[in-house]
Design a protein around this ligand. Structure first.
Ligand code: BG6
Length: 443
């Protein structure tokens, strides 16, 4: 197996999960800061204390040999209320870029990772078209401030999971289905506008969205299950990939929404904006595959069911490296866009024993997924980089701090108690060897 010279071996974090310091240097609240969390789960107030420990972390990244570090900018540091600029919030990112440059690590910047300014959410969030303009103002600020130092940008992290979150609000009765889907459309337009802005005025930038993609399987070979899987795939994956690559909605997805009574309002300006926005590459996050079967008793013609044929993580996520191979080759065959994996990793209850964290399950997961990627590369799929989620233990989006993904352990508990000291795990050394061999050594 062989990866191209310059392959970007990296690792990821996101601002609200990593930085902490949620009220420092003028930062405003995001929807993550104001979210109501399930009882007992850590909030995001401290994260991994990355805001105060970034120098130490970048030094560890350099020691690991990372070629890339993927992080997100907190919109609410730059625009605390979504509208007024806060220069103090920018300085920390400029310092981070200095540190990365000195360490020879390529920055991969996510412009929006689940952390909408709470002030904009209060005015209607993505269902309100004004949020598109606010996003674009923020994006322009980042492009101007980061200048030539940043080449790789993701417009939106996991827009399909943002929609999934909105659908939970629909179930809870706090948002209409129509607003959830129209908000998703506005987010498509915002991402397209950012791509068009970059291409018009910042030609060095390589930009695209970063959806979360899964391989989808029918539970049985019956035609009804195959149809259900295809419909689910259209709504779950293809709607986001097709919009990214071709600037138009997947027809099965639109038709399925229409049959549930939802009609997206697409203005002529929207259509032009979307059609013009061709990404330079398709970033995506992959963790697992999913199985569906036909359903006749709900608004949608499918339902997700467990997969009895693959192992699971301690947190019940399916482990399916073959699904990763399948996803990589399907994406390349369908879109012919260079790919970059922005997240892949395993969440576990890691513990420190005699001053060490042994995480063989994580190493096995990463090894199998990198081997699957190598197989796709050998087939001729163009993959520019691969980023482990996560560089450092961070607060999980859904399951608190007990669910750790990091290559570097952080000494803190669910209540935010601890020294926050860093301790490289066994996977850190393993990944260092993988990077040093450019993916030739996975043992
Ligand atoms: C992705 C997100 O959905 O998966 C990350 O981009 C997230 O923010 C990661 O943390 C893992 O999900 P979780 O819920 O296990 O933290």
């Amino acid at each position: 197996m062989s990866f191209a010279d310059g392959f970007l071996w990296g690792a990821s974090t996101s601002a609200y999960q990593y930085e902490g310091a949620t009220t420092v240097d003028g930062k405003g609240p995001s929807v993550q800061d104001t979210a109501t969390l399930a009882g007992g789960l850590s909030d995001f107030a401290q994260g991994s204390d990355g805001y105060h420990r970034i120098d130490e972390d970048v030094a560890l990244f350099q020691q690991m040999g990372l070629k890339a570090y993927r992080f997100s900018v907190a919109w609410t540091r730059l625009y605390p209320d979504g509208v007024h600029f806060n220069a103090a919030g920018l300085d920390w990112y400029l310092h981070l870029l200095d540190q990365l440059q000195a360490a020879g690590i390529e920055p991969l910047v996510t412009l929006y990772h689940f952390d909408l300014p709470a002030a904009l959410a209060a005015k209607g969030g993505w269902a309100d078209r004004a949020t598109i303009d606010a996003y674009l103002t923020y994006v322009r600020t980042v492009f101007d401030a980061f200048g030539q130092r940043v080449t790789y940008y993701q417009t939106v992290n996991e827009q399909n999971m943002v929609l999934a979150g909105a659908l939970q609000q629909v179930q809870a009765g706090t948002l209409s289905l129509q607003d959830a889907v129209q908000g998703n459309h506005h987010l498509f337009v915002a991402g397209a506008a950012a791509i068009n802005l970059a291409h018009a005025q910042y030609p060095h930038i390589k930009i695209g969205p970063a959806p979360n993609l899964v391989a989808v399987y029918p539970l049985t070979p019956t035609p009804v299950d195959a149809l259900a899987a295809d419909t689910y795939d259209a709504l779950r994956n293809l709607m986001f990939g097709d919009m990214a690559a071709w600037g138009r909605y997947n027809q099965t997805a639109l038709a399925t929404l229409a049959s549930a009574g939802v009609h997206v309002t697409i203005t002529p300006d929207d259509a032009a904006m979307l059609a013009a926005a061709t990404p330079d590459l398709l970033y995506f996050n992959y963790y697992n595959s999913e199985v569906v079967q036909a359903a006749t008793n709900g608004p949608l013609p499918f339902k997700k069911v467990p997969n009895p044929t693959v192992p699971q993580t301690e947190f019940g996520w399916d482990i399916d490296p073959l699904g990763f191979y399948l996803t990589l080759r399907q994406l390349w065959d369908r879109y012919r866009l260079p790919l970059m994996v922005t997240e892949n990793g395993l969440g576990a209850h890691d513990t420190v024993v005699a001053g060490q964290v042994d995480d063989p399950a994580r190493i096995a997961y990463l090894r199998e997924h990198i081997a699957a990627m190598a197989r796709a590369v050998a087939d001729g799929v163009t993959v520019l980089g691969y980023n482990v989620w996560s560089a450092v233990d961070v607060v999980s989006t859904h399951e608190g701090f007990a669910k750790r993904y990091g290559l570097i352990h952080v000494d803190r508990d669910e209540q935010g108690q601890g020294s926050f000291d860093r301790l490289p795990k066994a996977s850190f050394d393993w990944y260092r060897r993988v990077i040093a061999s450019n993916g030739a050594t996975l043992d």
